[in-house]
Design a protein around this ligand. Sequence first.
Ligand code: ATP
Length: 350
Amino acid sequence: MTKRVCVIPGDDSAPEAVLPVLRLLRLMELDLDYVELPAGDEGQARFGEDFARVCREAIDACDTTLFGSSSGKTPALAHLRWGKKTYANVRPVRYIPGARSPLRDAEGIDFVIVRENMEDLYVGIEGDVEALRPAALTGRRGEPLPEHGRFAVKVITDANSRRIAHFAFRLARQRRESGRPGRVTASCKYNMLPYTDGLFRQVVAQVATEYPDVEFRDYIVDDFARRIIADAHDLDVVVLPNLYGDILSDEAAALVGGLGVAASGCYGDGFAYFEPVHGTAPDIVGTGRINPTATMLSSAMMLEYLGLGEAATSLRRAIDDVYAEGSVLTPDQGGSATADEFCAAVAKRL
Ligand code: ATP
């Protein structure tokens, strides 16, 4: 049966990447229907307050969503992330020869960050410390709460840590089948936060015992931030709580060409959506400087999710060919091509 893809271009520069990628997908003549929503400004003008409902209904009517990125004008993320409980944010970090890396030898870097997507500091509970006073909380060494100040709540649960750990170990097994080492590395700040990050660490280590065929390592997150650069070639699957996953995946992206090439997919039970790691790049809107590779590679992940593995492989190969050839690259990769020109070069390779 023909699958349906909801395409949400998003805000600022994001549509300048999503729309050429959508044209490319259409050229591939796959058995897919695309339900295209307007970009943020147009959506606000057409639907006003109703835009959130329009997004929600389109998302629910489709098998998956390709999402640009939003600065708030396109109200889709809340439904995609929390409405659909897409708890596993998967961010591949693969070097494409020809991409601009700060490393002398980036060739062979190929790992995946699996970021827990539902909890940690992202539960969004902040306030004034005065509100905590009735709980008579004290620090680890018995020190009282400061008189004034603000707090943010970090929540780590056994259930969500277990779920993301299983996801990471299953992915490591899958990757081993295609020749990768089959290794999971976990990281968090368990020394300073033994009750919350300590729980994450303990649960992941426990889950590791159920996968004796998969090698398991874990590191304190500051040490791991260094290892991402120093030992990038040894990494395979990396599992992280939400905040560290968010920060370290931007760091990891820098190794392989930056945000312009960093793809991601967010997976829940029975639903997934796909978006580049980058935001809406408001500083380059209308300049033709956006690199659509991140959106294109996110689309390749989407095609795989939809059971179109061969099309995904062809798309990745065509992208790799354009980078290897090197004459049609966007400014972030040292070239002068626009997103449209880059997409045309990939289309030609396809
Ligand atoms: P957010 O908070 O949503 O992540 P942001 O504005 O902090 O958004 P980005 O939008 O990701 O961050 O942009 C960070 C920098 O990277 C900007 O200078 C932007 O122009 C650049 N950038 C992001 N994506 C791309 C891309 N696809 N191609 C070229 N440059 C990009």
